[in-house]
Design a protein around this ligand. Sequence first.
Ligand code: GDP
Length: 139
Amino acid sequence: MAGNRTLTMIKPDAVRNNHIGGILSMINDGGFRIVAMKYLRLTPEKAGKFYEVHKERPFYGELVDFMSSGPIVAAILEKDNAVEDFRTLIGATNPANAAEGTIRKRYATSIGENAVHGSDSDDNARLEGDFFFSELERF
Ligand code: GDP
């Protein structure tokens, strides 16, 4: 059965470009409920840990530098079929390939600086939620 929670980050590019409000509005309009949310800046170590699965990829260093370059908004979102539906709402990794009406189509600037993160599986949604939030921070 599909899980009902996913983890998102509004990435440093979108925060710098004043898109927090616009992105949260698209998340609300998409039918997601906010379970947990915080505004923070990842250290390079923490960003490296979050993206550890990509360690061997050529863009890993660039990704870690980018994700620790400024504050982000992290949030746990709830909806039936949350992981898949949120991946649909954010659109393709490369905004050039993202469908009309998606968050990345509207707000992302490049394949690296692509405005938002969305978990890619229920297992990762749980791990990523635990990376940012304690039980006391979820409502
Ligand atoms: P996602 O699940 O759609 O976020 O995509 P991936 O899991 O494939 O990649 C994770 C993140 O790494 C992406 O969201 C981008 O921020 C970054 N990324 C992916 N491909 C590239 C690339 O070719 N160059 C750079 N600089 N960053 C990339």
